[in-house]
Write a protein that binds this ligand. Structure first.
Ligand code: MOS
Length: 725
């Protein structure tokens, strides 16, 4: 291997470190105008009147756009249910009613404040229970019960098997919202390019999804719309949906002038979706030896005002709900429910972290009730090659969960004896003040790559080879979005590997719909796998044409993943996924019983990347996921009240800083090749998010004797749990 397996310096490292990288917020062109949006600021109301006449007379104002100006006013990544501008009703505080375009940002803001909207407030559906109540207001006419999506799975006979179980654990878990908190709030520039195309230069997770939604909303043919991404300050799922792209395209199209927008942090937090809060009612039964016999699950997720990716996130529960375990009898019923809260959707893990939280805590409770150690009970049940998932399709090949768990347990200090595994007692470590208690927890998780369930997954790449007698340079053309995860560097490494040249000779030309076909989104742990497969094949084909003396040698390839199938609506049966990745983590916490503060003293993270194309980047993904999962588990507390967001800035919505995170994350990689991945690659970005939160809850239990079922474990919540029972 010449390029793969090496921690080569990222292609964008220098430009990011020196500040040379031009982010969407940095874009400036002569003659550009500035946009400010008018947000609803209320969770549910009828628009009685909308008057822009006064705002239009403000200094510097060029135009004000409302619903009347949008040819097709409904959009959405998966379900077109969200108005570009609301016309009759607003359904959450972040709904938009108008866009003001002016010569300066200040003039745009001043005029936006004078757009006069008269609202008649409507009853607010502040949670799914209220939305499901008979007689509740209907938020979308197509869903008179406010249920956006229902899932149903029946494998074996769960009720009969449950009755035969020696022990049954039945608990309800509640997970919390999470904000993406990417570094760069939404921004972009819309303009008409030299070929007359409506162009948006911005930041997102899939240029081609943005392009399609813009074309649909404006009623333009696809080739009249162009989307370009430059460097992006983070995404984490928060840029899967359209944010500013549509309104920029609309303004540029109508005004024939460049138009820029930059959201404030509060606009960003208020207007883009969040991770789903989900209530998970879990009932699992096992035999005395710990073998799982039945699982029954009812889950309800708060979809918020619009669909976003709620349908797909819920679908993922059909196989994620049982964790990486083989359970022969399963019943799942789930609903995603519209409310007047902020929409919920993709955030690193796409539903898998919520599933892992419940399923791993079920395993911990079962282990405790049966007197079996947490490693042994998992090893007795975990998926192995050839096992069936809850959806009754075979788990994709190369299952590594058992190996990862054993490595993780050993690294955490556990020893295997004839009676099972003994975890170290960390409660006695050091000279702890009396109020401080230490504990250890361990958990595993899995994550699929790609959207699954019949979604046509693929990726296009083009490789161009320049030179005469030797390949002097290679270009990799791809629409794969570099959102900070390092995908362009990894694709360059895969190309260099196949071409037999050094990475320095590979240039990545990326993320312009006018240049290359769809790579699919930077999401679902999928780019190294899907775009990687496309690049590897395009490189192989370009090399063949190079050997045929073509100069330059050019090859374009579309990788189409093995087809998955939609689930049967009655049984949930389906071929759901192409590839899975797995992670195991152990965490040692210190709990301060006086303040309720949970500190992470030690994290052991073990993961299978299939093949680590760039080991340093894999480790960085794991460290980043651990920190983000720590935020979700013990710090980040997104507070809403009657649909209003009380934590709309980073001074009230606290995310981990350098002072909060563990001093190091001990990462261990096991490379078990994925049969379908390029050179054996699996996805790496999401799997390491899953185990941390349940491992922390287990560690807190080990430290204090108290179980928690609800996220986040803020100091206040922990203190109450310890002192109020
Ligand atoms: Mo991701 S949560 O699939 O953008």
């Amino acid at each position: 291997m010449t390029a793969v397996g090496k921690s080569v310096v990222r292609l964008d490292a220098r430009s990011k470190v020196t500040g040379a990288a031009v982010f969407a917020r940095d874009l400036r062109v002569p003659d550009m105008l500035h946009m400010k949006l008018v947000f609803a600021g209320r969770p549910h109301a009828r628009i009685a009147s909308l008057d822009t006449s006064r705002a239009l007379t403000c200094p510097g104002v060029h135009a004000i756009f409302t619903a009347r100006d949008v040819p097709h006013n409904l959009y959405g990544l998966m379900v077109a249910d969200q108005p570009v501008f609301c016309e009759d009703v607003v359904r959450f505080v972040g709904d938009r009613v108008a866009a003001v375009v002016a010569d300066t940002p200040e003039h745009a803001a001043a005029a936006a404040a004078l757009v006069a909207v008269q609202y008649e407030d409507l009853p607010v559906l502040a949670d799914p229970d209220q939305a499901l109540r008979p007689g509740a207001p209907i938020l979308h006419a197509e869903h008179p019960d406010n249920v956006l999506r229902t899932i149903r799975l029946r494998r074996g006979n769960a009720a009969a098997a449950m009755a035969s179980a020696d022990v049954v654990v039945e608990r309800t878990y509640t997970t919390s919202y999470q904000e993406h908190a990417f570094m760069e709030p939404e921004a972009g520039l819309g303009y008409i390019d030299e070929q007359g195309r409506v162009t948006v230069h911005g930041a997102g997770q899939n240029t081609h999804d943005d392009q399609r939604q813009i074309a649909e909303a404006l009623g333009l043919p696809l080739d009249q719309v162009r989307v370009i991404y430059g460097p992006i300050g983070g995404a984490f799922g928060g840029r899967e949906d359209i944010s500013v792209q549509l309104v920029l395209a609309l303004a540029a199209w109508r005004l024939r002038r460049p138009v820029k927008i930059e959201w404030t942090r509060t606009e960003s937090i208020t207007a883009h979706h969040k991770r789903h809060p989900i209530r998970l009612h879990y009932k699992w039964g096992a035999r005395r030896d710990g073998i799982l016999v039945a699982a029954e699950m009812d889950i309800v997720s708060d979809a918020g005002a619009y669909a976003s990716t709620s349908t797909s996130v819920l679908d993922n529960f059909l196989f994620a709900a049982t964790g990486p375990y083989n359970i022969p009898n399963v019943r799942i019923d789930g609903r995603a429910v519209y409310t007047n809260n902020i929409s919920t959707g993709a955030l690193r893990g796409f539903g898998a972290p919520q599933a892992a939280f419940a399923s791993e805590l079920q395993m911990a409770h079962l282990a405790e009730e049966l007197g079996i150690d947490p490693i042994t009970i998992r090893l007795r049940n975990c998926l192995r090659d050839g096992d069936l998932l809850a959806t009754q399709s075979p788990v994709p090949g190369g299952v590594s969960v058992a190996e990862l768990l054993e490595i993780c347990a050993r690294q955490a200090g556990a020893v295997e004896t004839s009676e099972g595994w003994h975890l170290p007692d960390v409660g006695q470590a050091g000279n702890l003040a009396q109020a401080k208690k230490r504990g250890l927890g361990i958990a595993v998780s899995m994550k699929n790559a790609g959207f699954s369930f019949g979604f046509p997954e693929g990726s296009t790449a083009r490789v161009v080879l320049h030179g005469d007698t030797e390949i002097e340079s290679a270009e990799v053309h791809t629409a794969a979005a570099e959102v900070g995860q390092g995908t362009h560097s990894v694709l360059a490494q895969l190309a260099a590997e196949r071409l037999g040249i050094s990475v320095e000779r590979v240039r990545v030309v990326a993320s312009d719909t006018a240049d290359i076909g769809d790579a699919g989104p930077a999401s679902a742990s999928r780019l190294t796998f899907f775009a990687g497969n496309a690049v590897v094949s395009a490189a192989d084909m370009a090399l063949a044409s190079w050997r045929d003396e073509d100069r330059p040698a050019v090859a374009e390839y579309r990788y189409n993943a093995p087809q998955t199938t939609p689930f049967d609506p009655e049984t949930g049966a389906s071929v759901n996924s192409v590839s899975f990745s797995y992670a195991a983590q152990a965490v040692e916490v210190e709990v301060d019983a006086q303040t309720g503060l949970v500190r992470l003293e030690r994290v052991v993270a073990v993961q299978d990347p299939g093949r680590a194309v760039n080991p340093q980047q894999v480790r960085a993904q794991i460290e980043g996921a651990v920190v983000q999962a720590q935020g979700w588990a013990v710090m980040e507390n997104f507070v809403t009240e009657g649909g209003r967001i009380l934590t709309d800035r980073l001074s009230t919505y606290l995310i981990p800083t350098a002072r909060d995170i563990p001093s190091s994350v001990e990462t261990h990689l096991l490379e078990k090749p994925d049969p379908e991945g390029p050179l054996g690659v699996r996805g790496v970005g999401e799997a390491p998010f899953g185990p941390l939160a349940p491992a922390i809850v287990c560690a807190v239990r080990d430290a204090t004797g108290v179980w928690f079922d609800r996220l986040p474990l803020t100091p206040e919540a922990v203190w109450r749990g310890l002192h109020e029972g």
